[in-house]
Design a protein around this ligand. Structure first.
Ligand code: F0G
Length: 355
């Protein structure tokens, strides 16, 4: 096989990851996602402000989970595991199913019944995972996955698995590599809180190595009906249309708070209406299609702009778009008018388009 070209985050950042030459690398060439300059949002934010979109929806299975999953599955193979398990609001299940398929090991996923987006469900199923829909929410599914993997020789590949965090931290390396140093602010959605933990770890490591002169201020956003960290207590029955972050008791709660406090940032909430508005702005004004949970980043950015948080600042802001819009086609269709049905002739079309 050719040694040339990009072959995923383990190959690219192996010196900064817990791997050796003996680690089998299970990769789909994840990572290396674009950091897209957002012209409309930059203008909205202010004169000296640059807003960038880290489009993680362009990973192989359409979400940031692939960064952590390549490492978690590679290490599971190194440790001779033959089965992995996760609880998921959808993206983790899609990613674990794909990487387990590639590794030739068994994958079992627990999903909250009726509460994951169609694209994600189709991925987990087509990759051949054993998909079990439980009559309960994500938090209940995660508790069960933890107990089962404690008692049976099955590897847990939720972000409680430290290799998931290690892999995901490479996204902050990429942002620093692209900008030449860390951004001044990072805006991101917070669900189970693994990703904010991973980014913060990555930024700190890059700074310690002298590869970034500074650290960003971390700005996390939860959905209003699923905002345990903001409210400082678990939410029993979390609700939001951003199903990916419909989580009431985040596993990485403590480290998310550390990221917030060490960076002098904040974790706030945005309503479903604000998420939907941001989702559409992103698609219509920037040409970027991200799933609703990802749009929580932009909803948060808009909220902070409105509050004057960035006023008179000269800064660069990185917004993390965690998953592709095609993950949840039903939400997109519900958010717009259906196409107009017209006769198949020249005149009807010209009339409709107003020429
Ligand atoms: N955005 C998307 C698209 C997600 O799928 C998730 C989490 C998050 C944001 C939040 O990231 O949990 O690290 O704070 N999805 C998990 C899953 C829970 O099962 O796919 P987090």
């Amino acid at each position: 096989m050719s040694e040339k070209g990009y072959r995923g985050i383990i190959q690219k950042y192996k010196k900064l990851l817990p791997v050796t030459d003996k680690t089998p690398v299970i990769t789909l060439n994840e990572g290396n996602t674009p950091l897209i300059y957002a012209g409309y949002l930059s203008k909205l934010a202010g004169k000296n402000i640059e807003v960038y979109l880290k489009y993680e929806g362009l990973n192989p299975t359409g979400s940031f989970k692939d960064r952590g999953m390549t490492l978690a599955i590679s290490k599971a193979c190194e440790e001779k595991s033959t089965a992995v398990m996760c609880a998921s609001t959808g993206n983790t299940s899609a990613s674990s199913a794909a990487y387990a398929a590639r590794a030739g090991i068994k994958c079992i996923v627990l999903i909250p019944s009726g509460a994951i987006a169609l694209g994600k469900l189709s991925q987990a199923l087509i990759h051949g995972a054993k998909v079990l829909a439980i009559k309960g929410n994500f938090d209940a599914a995660l508790d069960l996955a933890k107990e089962i993997t404690r008692r049976y020789p099955i590897k847990l590949v939720n972000s409680l698995n430290p290799y998931r965090i290690e892999g995901q931290k490479t996204a902050s390396f990429e942002i620093c590599d692209y900008l030449g140093e860390a951004p001044d602010f990072q805006v991101m959605p917070v669900g189970n809180a693994g990703n904010i933990t991973a980014y913060w770890k990555g930024y700190k490591e890059y700074k310690a190595l002298g590869l970034s002169g500074k650290l960003p201020v971390m700005l996390g956003f939860q959905a209003k009906g699923a905002a345990p960290i903001v409210r400082n207590k678990p939410v029993k029955d979390p609700q939001t249309l951003a199903t990916a972050i419909r989580i009431g008791n985040p596993a990485s709660w403590k480290t998310a708070i550390e990221a917030r406090d060490e960076s002098k940032g904040l974790i706030d909430l945005v309503s479903d209406a604000e998420i939907l508005q941001a989702y559409k702005i992103l698609a219509v004004k920037e040409g970027v299609f991200a799933e609703p949970a990802s749009a929580a980043s932009i909803a948060g950015l808009l909220k902070l702009i409105k509050k004057g948080y960035f006023k008179n600042k000269k800064c660069r802001i990185a917004c993390i778009l965690t998953g592709h819009g095609l993950k949840d086609p039903e939400r997109a269709i519900k958010s717009v008018k259906p196409p107009k049905l017209i006769r198949a002739n020249f005149k009807s079309i010209i009339k409709e388009i107003g020429y």
